[in-house]
Design a protein around this ligand. Structure first.
Ligand code: CAA
Ligand code: FAD
Length: 388
């Protein structure tokens, strides 16, 4: 039951990834989706199995205990998970595309040896950039780092941090030299057990309820020197470079969600529900919406995988990633909303998953840069290109 795909050049490994994750999502996650949404909690046994399946260390090199696969394989996994549960998908997305990648790319050999095997096998990670005072204006963050004899001390608060309840590893952006503006931002690794670190509040949300989102406090958290990620003052560059890539992951989450919502509804209208003596999916008004929606999903997927391929080829992909995330989240909102309508009252009740896909879709236009931020990026790059 592999989704029809507009991408004809997935490698064997990527196809194997899609099939394995699809099976895992249907066998293990699907039976728990509704329960986790109602409880607003991720089932810990799912997290354990994600590690066992190698889905949490897709790009971590084999020498550090990971699966040693490519970026597209991670994207395929994120998409397949979202087809069943966008909450599990975003956990895997943040862990792989934001956290693991940052350690692989900028971690010292000692940090890589210490943390990558854990991130591949048993330790969930979080990416802590946003704050109460800084969301879109991420580089205006107020969390401060001060140099100490043995390292750094971190003070401040982070907000909206995905995976907070499950994570034991936090990449924290803090300003070490506020007098230099955003060029003073550095990235630090904080372990859950460090003194002065605490989870202050767990948010109650509209969608992706099983994914934890919390406020974190840092009260004189002492971080050893070796837990500086990369170089001092480079934190803002790391943050946005990672987010440029992460946005492809959110694009994939949204195309997976759209496909999941579409499939859930068409199975009903083409097999189960009859009105006026025929299946409701046979009315042309329905068929055209169904066909239009599938076309939009295919277009969004083409943007997502094109951005992934350009990134892998070492080409400039920033605008492609922004377009993929922007458009995929718009399609997810549109298609999951229509899918509710196609199912009539049955789409609106919490017995099925249609209403959940619809609620889950809204976040695509908000996190990893709102739709306006993606449009700003696209416009900036186009204007640069077309200005004489
Ligand atoms: N790629 C690379 N570099 C970029 C860039 C991009 N897309 N956008 C900006 N920059 C660089 C600029 O080149 C500049 O660097 P230099 O001074 O070294 O040249 C610097 O960033 C500042 O540039 P601007 O003044 O143009 O940008 P800004 O300060 O107005 O905004 C931004 C920059 C904060 C990155 C903003 O564009 C943005 O993306 N905001 C959204 C923040 C975000 O995505 N947060 C996500 C948090 S994590 C998350 O959400 C995870 C999850 O939910 C699952
Ligand atoms: P604001 O920045 O206050 O934006 C409000 C409105 O103003 C938006 O419509 C926005 O588009 C618009 N706006 C702002 N600036 C401009 C502009 N220059 N031009 C045009 N319009 C503009 N952050 C993390 O660091 N790590 C995480 O793991 C994480 N997970 C998240 C999970 C969830 C469920 C949520 C809700 C958020 C998460 N975030 C995370 C934070 C997320 O990245 C921010 O919410 C997002 O970047 C928007 O910031 P904001 O909420 O402060 O909105």
């Amino acid at each position: 039951d592999v989704a029809p795909t507009p991408i004809t050049h997935f490698s064997e490994t990527e196809v194997a990834m899609a099939e394995a994750v699809q099976k895992f999502a249907n066998d293990v996650i699907l039976p728990k989706v509704r329960e986790m949404d109602e409880a607003e909690e991720m089932d810990p046994t799912i997290v354990e199995q994600l590690f066992e399946q190698g889905i949490m260390g897709v790009e971590i090199p084999e020498e550090y205990g990971g699966a040693g696969m490519n970026f597209t394989a991670a994207i395929v996994g994120i998409e397949e998970l979202a087809r069943v549960d966008p909450s599990v998908s975003v956990m895997v997305d943040v862990h792989n595309t934001l956290v693991n990648t940052a350690v692989i790319r900028w971690g010292s050999e000692a940090l890589k040896k210490k943390y990558l095997p854990k991130l591949a096998t048993n330790t969930v990670g979080s990416f802590c950039l946003s704050e109460p005072v800084s969301g879109s204006d991420a580089f205006a963050l107020a969390t401060k780092a001060t140099a100490t004899e043995n390292g750094y001390k971190i003070n401040g608060s982070k907000m909206w941090i995905t995976n907070s309840m499950e994570a034991e590893f936090f990449i924290v952006f803090a300003n070490l030299k506020p007098e230099q503006g955003y060029k003073g931002i550095s990235a630090f690794i904080v372990d859950k057990g460090m003194k002065g670190f605490s989870i202050a509040k767990k948010e109650k949300k509209l969608g992706i309820k099983a994914s934890s989102t919390c406020v974190l406090n840092f009260d004189d958290v002492e971080v050893p020197k070796e837990n500086l990620l990369g170089q001092e003052g480079q934190g803002y560059k790391y943050a946005i470079q990672i987010l440029n890539e992460g946005r492809i992951g959110i694009g994939a989450q949204m195309t997976g969600l759209a496909l999941g919502a579409w499939e859930n509804a068409v199975k009903y209208v083409w097999n189960d529900r009859k009105q006026f003596g025929k299946l409701v999916g046979e009315f042309q008004g329905m068929q055209h919406q169904i066909a239009q929606s599938y076309t939009e999903i295919a277009a969004a997927r083409a943007l997502v995988y094109n951005a992934a391929r350009k990134k892998e080829a070492g080409e400039d992909f920033v605008m492609d990633a922004a377009m993929a995330k922007l458009y995929a989240s718009q399609v997810a909102g549109r298609v999951s909303g229509l899918a509710v309508e196609w199912m009539g009252g049955m789409g609106f009740v919490r017995e099925g998953l249609a209403e959940k896909f619809f609620r889950d879709s809204k976040i695509g236009a908000i996190y990893e840069g709102t739709s306006n931020i993606q449009l700003n990026t696209i416009a900036k790059m186009l204007q640069k290109e077309y200005t004489a």
